[in-house]
Structure formats: C-alpha cells, structure tokens
Design a protein around this ligand. Structure first.
Ligand code: GRF
Length: 198
C-alpha cells in the first residue's frame, strides 16, 4: 500500500476527503502522517479521530532558536521522511517550502490551489477571483493540483478543473462551489500520481 504524508494548516476539509475516500475504498493509499504548522488547526482533530499519526511543527521552533527558513525546512523534511511517504500532499499547507525540503522528495510533493494554473497565486485566491469576475476580467475560476517547485502555486500541473462563476453568486457561493470541486480533485490527483510511482 502506498503511503502518503498530508500537510495542513487549517480546517482540513480536503484531508477529510482523503480520509473518507480511503475508508470507502475509493483511494488505495495509507495516510502515514499528518503534519501541521499550526497547533490550532482543526485538521489535527480530524486526523486523530481517524487514528492517524499527527505532528505539529510551528515555524517558531526554529525562529526562536535563531534558525532561518532553511533550518525549518530541513527539520520538517526529517520529520516527514521519518514516515517514509511515497508522496507528500499539501492540502491547505500555507507555508512556502524551499529546496531544503523539496530536494528530499524529488517530484513527490503536490499542492492543491483553488485557482487555474498561473492564476491568483498565494492566499485568498477564491475571493480575488470573485472580485476579478465582478470587474469583468474573468468568466470562470478553477482548481488545480500541481507538483511543487520553490515558487508559490506554480509547477507542472497534475490535474485541474474549471469552476463556473454566476452573476448572482455571492463570494460564499463561489467558496462552497470551489471547495466541493477541491474535495474530489485532490483525491483524483493523489490517485493519478500514486499510479505513476514504482
Ligand atoms: C483550500 O482551499 C486549499 O486549496 C487552500 O487552502 C484551503 C484549505 O482548506 N490552499 P482545508 O483546510 O482543506 O479545508
């Protein structure tokens, strides 16, 4: 059984989707570890309820020791590598990972981003897409899963799916629609990538 490590920073609804699809037999994988950079992330609770090992590594662990980001990335990579994952899945992980982390898992780190490739990199991508729609700049948004490179929300695309925006939508309507698409796309993407691994 292929092992995945899931990295989160918040609610963990995409983690939950992975947990549920594995439990239903739709996804052949085992979540070996859930890592959060925030101790108050609700996703931690979801992992514990599913009996999955959890680790919390706030950025402060190195900052207080005077360490820099690369020190954090190395420490984080050691933690994740100890779980021996075939694939690392960033599902709402909100810190940028550098080469000190990525080089430890070459072509084995994927990220979920609630926008189409090249669009709205960074945070609040759904709200920014909504505003761009209101200004008439875009007709739709989307969701993508991509391999991670040391650049925000960029890297070769694994899969993507457009998401329509309707004139009478509120931003909450759009958020809900995007998250629904995410919950299925993250499962499909993990399945696709795991099938490519030896
Ligand atoms: C998702 O919209 C993801 O695309 C973005 O952060 C959000 C995390 O949601 N990077 P959740 O924590 O999985 O509910």
């Amino acid at each position: 059984m292929k092992r995945i490590a899931v990295m989160i920073s918040g609610k963990g609804s995409n983690l939950q989707s992975l947990i549920d699809h594995i439990a239903d037999g739709d996804l052949e994988a085992e979540i070996a570890l859930v890592v959060s950079n925030r101790a108050d992330a609700f996703g931690i609770e979801r992992a514990k309820r599913a009996g999955i090992d959890v680790a919390v590594m706030p950025l402060e662990v190195v900052e207080t020791g005077g360490g820099d980001r690369s020190a954090y990335d190395r420490k984080l990579a050691d933690l994740v590598a100890a779980a021996d994952p075939d694939l690392v899945v960033l599902a709402g992980w909100m810190l940028i990972l550098g080469t000190d982390f990525l080089d430890r898992f070459p072509n084995r780190v994927i990220n979920l981003h609630p926008a189409m490739p090249g669009a709205f990199p960074g945070t609040k991508a759904i709200a920014r897409a909504y505003e761009a729609f209101q200004r008439g700049e875009i007709k739709r948004t989307g969701v993508m899963v991509h391999y991670v490179i040391p650049e925000v929300d960029a890297g070769p695309v694994v899969t993507m799916e457009p998401v329509p925006i309707y004139p009478d939508d509120t931003v909450d309507d759009l958020e809900e629609r995007v998250h629904l698409v995410e919950h299925n796309l993250i499962v499909a993407a993990v399945d696709m990538v795991l099938r490519t691994l030896p």
